[in-house]
Structure formats: structure tokens, C-alpha cells
Ligand binder design. Structure first.
Ligand SMILES: Cc1cc2nc3c(=O)[nH]c(=O)nc-3n(C[C@H](O)[C@H](O)[C@H](O)COP(=O)(O)OP(=O)(O)OC[C@H]3O[C@@H](n4cnc5c(N)ncnc54)[C@H](O)[C@@H]3O)c2cc1C
Length: 274
């Protein structure tokens, strides 16, 4: 937690692996036909300039829905499949309190509130690593409260709920969030003596309109035969281009992103060997 990272070391000339930050890929295409080309051209934007590199193989490990725009030469059925999943929107709000006497007085460390703007508020578990230890010694010490919200529109199919959540997150002002947070904490904690004007020190709202990968839901999604689900069609290798990310597994968590990365790299290695 306290270490300083020198990001320049990620992109050193002569290093067998170079990671270039702040570089947005805008186009990926085979240098020729996808069945016979020896290289793939990648065009990326950095510092308001566009650069091109060539590679023997490329893994696209980004959001599936963008891949058809980056790589228009993909077959139409694959492009349709890549667009199927709709990312799940998510909000993690951190509220810095000057003290947590109100929680202590109420004898609680959090409160679920399914009908309120944030569905829960909980004292943040301190992250203790090496010399970093923010554990408060007493209820008089400052602390962070974690609040969560998953914007959606009950009643619609899951993917449409997600889309409604994207719009909500992109159009809600911070002032609206702040008012809802102050109101909610005041109502939940008032019997413990909480005063939002006095006790709230700072608020950070982290919003991910496109957060978790979409996971298939038996209520709305078909029961596809093996190999026919959109993520399986979407992640098929195309010439020298492979696809790996959590969307490729239709699974939200990091373990699946790692498994898909492994599979995608292996596809390129196997193709080279054959
Ligand atoms: C708020 C939140 C909390 C989470 N908590 C957990 C958790 O506790 N445990 C867990 O297992 N998972 C968690 N996840 C899920 C986890 O973050 C994902 O499963 C994982 O990051 C997916 O990895 P990925 O490599 O597929 O995609 P990402 O991590 O999203 O990486 C994709 C990368 O591609 C880059 N990129 C996109 N487009 C381009 C482009 N055109 N050119 C260049 N680069 C591009 C992006 O900048 C990004 O760095 C959480 C996700 C969110 C949003």
C-alpha cells in the first residue's frame, strides 16, 4: 500500500514484455486475408496521435460489446454474439465520517436498506497491509462508510434493467447523490445521535455504468446448447486474433478473466505450432 510504483518501467526498450499505458486501440485488422495474413495491424491513439504496430497475434481483452467496432472484419454472427451481454452498472460510495459514535451507540456496524437509494451502508473493514493500518482505535476516530447501489429498473428483463442503469448513472449529478446520502444516513443513524452536517467529512462516489460482466439469467436468457451461447460464439478465434476477458465467459469475476486470458493466449500459441 505504501510502495511507490514507477510506471515507466512497464515500457522499457529491450524488455521482452512492454506494457504501454494510456493507449486506446481504435482498429485491429489482418494485414491481408484473415486466413493467410502473417501479421495483424493494431492502430492505437496516445497523446492525440495515432500509432500503428504489427503483431503475429493479438488478444482482444476488452469489453465484448466494443470489439465489433474495433475489428469490423469479424463475421456478422460473431459480432452479434459479442454485443449480447449488457454490463451491470454498479456504485460504490465511500463516506468519510469524523467519528462513528452513532454506529457505536446503536450497536451496529451497518444497515441494509433494500428500499433506499443505496441498498446498504456499512463501516469499511480496515485494510491492514505491511505498514499501512487505518484501524480506528475508538469510536471517536474517523472512519469510512461503504454504501452500495446497483441502479436498475425492476420489472424489465435483466439486460434492459442494466441499460436503464447505464442511463441513470450517466445522467445523475453528484448533488443528487450527496443529497440522497445525507438523507439516508440521517434517517438510519439519527437515534444514535448522527448529524450529517457535523459528522460527514467527505464523500466519494465511484460509479461504474459498465461494471460487472453480464451473467446469463435463467429467467430471461435461453438455455443454449453447449457451444451455442453468445459468449462461446463471440470468443471464437478469428485468424490471428483471439478474444479473452470476463465477458468471454459471461462471468463477472477475476478468476474467469484469468481463465479466458489463458485460453486466448493458448489458442494463438497452438495456431502458431500447427
Ligand atoms: C466495482 C467493481 C468491483 C469488483 N469487485 C470484484 C471482486 O471483489 N472480485 C472479483 O473477482 N472481481 C471483481 N470485479 C470484477 C473484476 O474487476 C473483473 O472480473 C475483471 O477486472 C475483468 O477482467 P478483464 O481483464 O476481463 O477486464 P478489465 O479488468 O476490465 O480489463 C480490460 C482492460 O482493457 C482496457 N481497454 C478497453 N478497451 C480498450 C481499447 N480500445 N484499447 C486499449 N485498452 C482497452 C481497459 O482500460 C482495461 O484496462 C469487480 C468489478 C467492479 C467494476
Amino acid at each position: 500500500m505504501l510502495a511507490r510504483v514507477d510506471y515507466a518501467t512497464l515500457d522499457r526498450p529491450g524488455s521482452p514484455i512492454r506494457i504501454r499505458l494510456s493507449s486506446t486501440v481504435a482498429r485491429v485488422r489482418h494485414a491481408g486475408s484473415s486466413t493467410s495474413a502473417r501479421d495483424v495491424e493494431v492502430a492505437y491513439a496516445r497523446d492525440k496521435k495515432v500509432y500503428a504496430v504489427r503483431a503475429r497475434g493479438v488478444v482482444l481483452a476488452c469489453w465484448n460489446a466494443m470489439i465489433p467496432y474495433l475489428c469490423p472484419e469479424l463475421p456478422d454472427a460473431q459480432k452479434e454474439a459479442l454485443k449480447y451481454g449488457v454490463k451491470v452498472p454498479l456504485v460504490y460510495t465511500s463516506v468519510s465520517l469524523r467519528n462513528w459514535r452513532s454506529f457505536h451507540a446503536l450497536g451496529i456496524n451497518g444497515a441494509s436498506a433494500p428500499g433506499m437509494y443505496h441498498t446498504g451502508a456499512r463501516l469499511e473493514m480496515p485494510t491492514v497491509i505491511g505498514g499501512y493500518n487505518p484501524t480506528p482505535a475508538s469510536p471517536d476516530d474517523p472512519i469510512l462508510v461503504r454504501m452500495t447501489r446497483t441502479p436498475c429498473k425492476p420489472g424489465l428483463p435483466a439486460r434492459d434493467q442494466q441499460r436503464a442503469g447505464h442511463v441513470e448513472l450517466l445522467t445523475t449529478t453528484f448533488e443528487t447523490f450527496e443529497r440522497k446520502i445525507r438523507d439516508q444516513l440521517a434517517r438510519v443513524l439519527k437515534d444514535g445521535g448522527f448529524d450529517p452536517a457535523r459528522d460527514i467529512d467527505a464523500i466519494t462516489v465511484n460509479r461504474w455504468p459498465h461494471g460487472y460482466a453480464y451473467e446469463y439469467n435463467p429467467l430471461w436468457d435461453p438455455d443454449w446448447p453447449e457451444g451455442q451461447s453468445p459468449c462461446e460464439i463471440g470468443r471464437k478465434p478469428f485468424g490471428r486474433i483471439a478474444i479473452g476477458n470476463s465477458d468471454a465467459a459471461a462471468a463477472a469475476y477475476t478468476d474467469q478473466a484469468i481463465d479466458q486470458a489463458y485460453r486466448a493466449v493458448k489458442e494463438l500459441v497452438d495456431a502458431k505450432a500447427s
